[in-house]
Design a binder for this molecule. Structure first.
Ligand code: GAL
Length: 754
């Protein structure tokens, strides 16, 4: 009897276990390669003697390995022995693949002297490849995977093989990077893939969370029958809370949409493991997925005043400030001690008018409704500096890219209001690249057909109580190839003012062609020219420098009167990009001040995609908490990058936590500093105006982690009251030490106050 049940159990275990390709059944190419700048097709030949070439690692761009200024062609070469046991031991014996991470910008790959592939036709079409084509295709950012049938004559089985990679790059980062670099047989997992990006979680009215996803069979010749198993487990104790197996058939070249439904509990975050196990070979593909957990408490009926506590304006500039407040409508807005020249609209909460003289005014705001009233001070500073707190808004680039249009801007502005974001202090609706046409004979900038009437559009956005931003470049062309401002700066600034623009993002782009290796003063110059132009017009225009951090811009951005400056290249919705950018911001911590903000680029939560096709952010919920927590601590401009008309409850909860946003908007304007970091975690601490501190606890690992905080290490003495800002709950007193559990790649944000 006992024997039988053990046998049954073994059979069950066997049925459920997965056969996997042996890890050692691949040849690792993440090793030093040979490297030579320049271009010579004879370098493809296997017999070519590369022994005098320098070595380079393939997983880091060449700028990080001693070739800072290199643009144009360069070659990589490596040799490896290819035993036929590789195919004999493999579960699928058809094809060999060469994996070369990613390559910036584009490449051609030769195996034993023969071309085996190129990532697009760019390399072949023209020499040097066309810059706009490269940019438009985003070729640098695609995985390089070159597949050959095992009988392909170009492969040397049981011999030494030579791979030569011809790379072309211009501007910015160059060369091979990312991972993996390897030679292996194409396996089951290369054919069957989960695609999680076309759908997202739906929070249903019955409190259930449902999720659809796609399983793709990319094989052109095999159907796969198997079991799809879904397991949801608790992060806190690993307990399996839900398990379901379903038989499923994946026919060749097909995409199957399926999904699951689960009852979430925000107090107990969970992750799902989805496995497809193929019946015949027992091979599996698995996807681990964190389920979203909403921490932000829902908005109360009673009024609450949110947003900036200090607002800067220049004398005579048109004044527009929306008092942000939540609470059950209708709300009534009042302002006591409002300076002469300004008035508040009691229904919309808009303060408008103009101040004639420099000076500071402390206004008492009150917001009332049937459930109660809230009062808060607003300091108005009429002087030279604007943007005294980091701008909160939206920008079209991370979702719509160059497909932005008048209609999409109006939709976004409408959604900023209808979603309630405006009530939490979100203000700007910024048009990025893609609106420009050309300068006419009088030097007036014309809009393209997607923007029929810029003045009407700006007026519409203002009528909603929002502000509007625009984009240009000091070069002749913008990064998207549209008309830039070169030599038309004054005319352009006049046009912006006439339309009613409140924010200008000024992007280096093709200006780099004038000065490929600019000195610091050449870097500053175009920003000084446009600064002069926008200061001539009677409008407060937030001046956002975008030149990716060149020449340590944070050291001189204030000198050219920038209100914010990008400190990095473009962000993407991946952990690599987010953590790489976010955690490198200690370099500029001390340069942040009211009106002078470091900008680590826009937010990548929600539906993003760089237009026109969108996908749901590839960041896990924990990574998204890290994103908002860290950007708030960094006093970064918060510019939402997603489609506002498709905000799901989780994304909205990330963007409407007033206690978290208050850390970003703190009037002291200091940026958090890195207090402690090791391989597993990082602690960032930000000093706030009232003497309290915000502390971010960041888990850098892929497992839940208890993060210890020693107040002495943070140079803090005495007893403090602790508050969890995401959950908006008090945590009691702390004197020396506390510890908190933080989810994988996730963050907690606390505030301690004496
Ligand atoms: C990039 C910039 C992006 C976006 C884009 C438009 O250089 O970093 O944020 O503005 O140009 O073409």
């Amino acid at each position: 009897m006992k024997k039988i049940s053990i046998l049954c159990l073994l059979a069950l275990l066997f049925a459920a276990s997965c056969s996997t390709e042996r890890k050692e059944n691949r040849i690792d190419l993440n090793i030093p390669w040979k490297f030579m700048p320049g271009d010579d097709l004879s370098w493809a030949a296997p017999a070519f003697d590369d022994s005098k070439w320098k070595t380079i690692l393939p997983d880091k761009i060449w700028e990080e390995q001693g070739y800072e200024k290199l643009d144009g062609y360069a070659w990589y070469r490596t040799r490896f022995f290819l035993p036929s046991s590789l195919k004999e031991k493999a579960l699928m014996k058809d094809s060999l693949q060469i994996l070369l991470g990613k390559i910036d910008d584009c490449d051609q790959v030769f195996l034993n002297g023969e071309l085996i592939g190129q990532n697009t036709a760019v390399m072949a079409a023209k020499s040097p490849p066309d810059e706009n084509f490269i940019k438009a295709q985003g070729v640098w950012n695609t995985d390089r995977r070159y597949v050959l049938h095992v009988n392909d004559q170009r492969i040397g089985w049981d011999k030494e093989n030579v791979i030569a990679v011809r790379v072309y790059d211009q501007n910015g980062a160059g060369g091979m990077f990312s991972k993996p670099f390897a030679v292996s047989m194409v396996s089951f997992a290369d054919y069957v893939k989960f695609d999680m990006t076309k759908n997202t979680f739906v929070f249903r009215n019955d409190n259930l969370l449902s999720r659809k996803f796609i399983i793709e069979n990319r094989s052109g010749k095999d159907d796969f029958n198997g079991t799809l198993s879904l397991k949801v487990s608790s992060y806190s104790n690993g307990a399996v809370l839900f398990h379901k197996d379903t038989a499923i058939n994946l026919s060749r070249n097909s995409k199957t949409e399926t999904g699951f439904t689960f009852q979430p509990d925000p107090a107990n975050p969970v992750f799902a493991e989805i496995t497809f196990r193929e019946n015949h070979t027992g091979q599996c593909v698995t996807e681990k997925m964190e389920l979203p957990y909403i921490l932000t408490p829902s908005v109360k009926k009673e009024p609450r005043i949110n947003g900036a506590k200090v607002f800067g304006v220049r004398p005579w500039s048109p004044f527009l400030f929306k008092v942000a407040a939540t609470g059950e409508p209708p709300l009534k807005y009042l302002a006591k001690d409002i300076p002469e020249g300004l008035t508040i609209d009691s229904v919309s909460g808009l303060i408008t008018g103009a101040l004639k003289k420099k000076g500071e005014h402390m206004v008492t705001l009150t917001v009332k409704n049937a459930s109660g009233s809230a009062t808060r001070k607003l300091k108005i500073v009429c002087g030279n500096t604007i943007s005294l707190t980091p701008p909160l808004g939206w920008n079209s680039w991370n979702c719509w890219g160059l497909s932005v249009s008048d209609e999409k801007i109006r939709q976004s502005a409408d959604a900023m209001r209808s979603s309630g974001l405006i009530d939490h202090g979100w203000t700007y609706i910024n048009i990025d690249d893609g609106w420009e046409y050309k300068h006419d004979k009088d030097g007036k900038i014309l809009t393209n057909s997607k923007f029929p009437n810029m003045y009407a559009l700006c007026s519409y956005v203002h009528s909603l109580g929002l502000k509007i931003g625009i984009y240009s470049s000091p070069g002749t062309k913008t990064c998207g190839g549209y008309e830039g401002s070169y030599t038309f700066e004054e005319k352009d600034a006049e046009a912006y003012a006439a339309w009613g623009i409140d924010y200008l993002k000024y992007d280096w782009c093709s200006y780099g062609r004038l000065y490929p290796n600019p000195t610091k003063s050449q870097m500053k110059y175009p920003y000084q020219v446009m600064r002069k132009a926008i200061r001539k017009v009677n409008r407060d225009i937030h001046y956002s420098l975008c030149q990716y951090g060149m020449g340590d811009v944070w050291e001189w951005g204030a000198e050219v009167d920038g209100n914010s400056w990008r400190t990095t290249g473009d962000i993407e919705d991946t952990w690599r990009s987010l953590s790489g950018i976010g955690y490198s911001q200690r370099k500029c911590s001390s340069f942040s001040a009211p009106g002078r903000w470091n900008d680590p680029d826009m937010l990548v939560v929600g539906w993003v995609g760089w237009g026109p096709d969108l996908h749901y952010t590839r960041l896990t919920p924990g990574e998204q908490y890290t994103h908002i927590t860290l950007w708030s601590l960094l006093s970064s401009p918060l510019l939402i990058g997603c489609d506002l008309s498709q905000l799901d409850p989780f994304t909205l909860s990330l963007l409407t936590n007033d206690e978290v946003l208050a850390v970003n908007q703190d009037p002291l304007g200091k940026q958090a500093t890195l207090a402690k970091s090791n391989e597993s975690y990082a602690l960032w601490i930000k000093e706030l105006e009232d003497g309290s501190r915000a502390i971010g606890l960041f888990n850098l690992t892929e497992q839940p982690l208890n993060i210890p905080v020693d107040l002495k290490e943070l140079k803090l003495k005495g007893r403090w009251n602790m508050r969890d800002l995401w959950r908006q709950t008090d945590l009691g007193q702390v004197e020396q030490h506390f510890e908190m559990k933080v989810l994988p790649h996730g963050a907690n944000l606390i505030r301690i106050v004496k």
